[in-house]
Design a protein around this ligand. Structure first.
Ligand code: ADP
Ligand code: MG
Length: 346
């Protein structure tokens, strides 16, 4: 007869590495967290440098507030944040971050170096971290205002994850997709994404451009020339909708749907379904549109307290809101002259 196994508590380092690997599943998760931090820090310019699909190097430079020198000591500890104080604040939180988990997680599964300068400080400071801890006292150095975060050798100590993420080009494509979405939603902010050592940026949007400019530069002219802008407010539901959707002249093999709810990049099956439904009336089978939709909902009706890896948000009145979005798109498509013509002819 075989004996039961002996239950032991896992080593702290192992526990942290497992937890970190859950928060950061691939380079694009890590970069998303860092972009959100830069946006939270009110940056107007965000430059990203990548090598090996982000597995060798992920570097982000912003021109935001910077981090106070005295905070560098605890910066990468778990649940240290400058954004949330009380649990109740969660219901009206305006920042992306709130749980202080991202940098801590990254420090457990990569080599992490941070260089940062605030407006008050005369020079920048550079600090390196491992397993949540500051490795040695921050060193003064030259640097512009803002923060540069360098993540090297992501998953160097998580062999299984490294194996499942084989293709650096696939990871790069995911990074570029995510950066493009943020650049479109945050047109006020300039973004650039480049591969280390290459002079041409893969994505480059200047600060203070328009959403349509950025759609053109990222998704191309075929999309941008068919864009219809949608804007709608529903006082009863407390919903503000803004969007750029393609007219029936544009089709693609796959639906491209950029959805932001209260500025968070999310997925919603309900919305995706109602959109596909509207367009299915106008587009032929296997033809799909491009849509960028930004919804602002009453923060009290959206649950942001989801795990960082969960892209699916939950919100109240989902069906009613999906209906609202559908009718707004429908009205726009119908109201378009070219389409009216097309519609009466067929
Ligand atoms: P959270 O964003 O949930 O607070 P993070 O681990 O992502 O947690 O970041 C921890 C803290 O580090 C933030 O609260 C913020 O004070 C600081 N921070 C991180 N990145 C930046 C940045 N690019 N600019 C300024 N401060 C930053
Ligand atoms: Mg954060």
């Amino acid at each position: 007869m075989s004996k039961p196994g002996v239950i032991r508590k896992l080593d702290e380092a192992v526990i942290n590495r497992i937890a970190a690997g859950e928060v950061i599943q691939r380079p694009s998760n890590a970069l998303k967290e860092m972009i959100e931090n830069s946006l939270d820090a009110k940056s107007s310019d965000i430059q990203i440098n990548v090598h090996g699909g982000g597995l060798k190097l992920l570097q982000i430079q912003d021109n935001g507030t910077g981090i106070r020198k005295e905070d560098l000591e605890i910066l990468c500890e778990r649940f240290t944040t400058s954004k949330l104080e009380k649990f109740e604040d969660l219901s009206c939180i305006a920042t992306y971050g709130f749980r202080g988990e991202a940098l801590a997680s990254i420090s457990h599964i990569a080599h992490l170096t941070i260089k940062t300068k605030t407006a008050e400080d005369k020079c920048a400071f550079k600090a390196s971290y491992a397993d949540s801890r500051l490795l040695e006292q921050p060193k003064p150095c030259a640097g512009n205002q803002g923060t540069q975060i360098t993540v090297e050798d992501l998953f160097y100590n998580v062999a299984t994850r490294r194996k499942t993420l084989k293709s650096s080009s696939e990871e790069f494509a995911k990074l570029a997709d995510m950066v493009g979405r943020y650049a479109i939603h945050n047109a006020r902010v300039g973004f650039s994404l480049r591969k280390q050592g290459e002079s041409m940026a893969v994505i480059r949007t200047p600060p203070n451009s328009s959403i349509v400019d950025n759609i053109r530069s990222i998704y191309g002219n075929a999309v941008s020339k068919e864009i219809l802008e949608v804007e709608e407010v529903d006082q009863v539901l407390g919903v503000k909708l803004k969007g750029c959707i393609t007219n029936v002249g544009y089709t693609a093999k796959k639906l491209t749907f950029l959805l932001f709810i209260n500025n968070r990049l999310v997925e919603s099956l309900a919305l995706r379904k109602s959109i596909e439904q509207v367009y299915s009336v106008y587009l032929q089978k296997n033809c799909h549109p491009f849509l960028y939709i930004s919804l602002e909902l009453d923060p009290r009706t959206v649950d942001v307290n989801v795990h960082p890896t969960k892209h699916e948000v939950t919100f109240l009145y989902e069906d009613k809101i999906a209906d609202k979005v559908r009718s707004a798109i429908e009205a726009k498509l119908l109201g378009n002259n070219a389409l009216k013509h097309f519609y009466t002819q067929t």
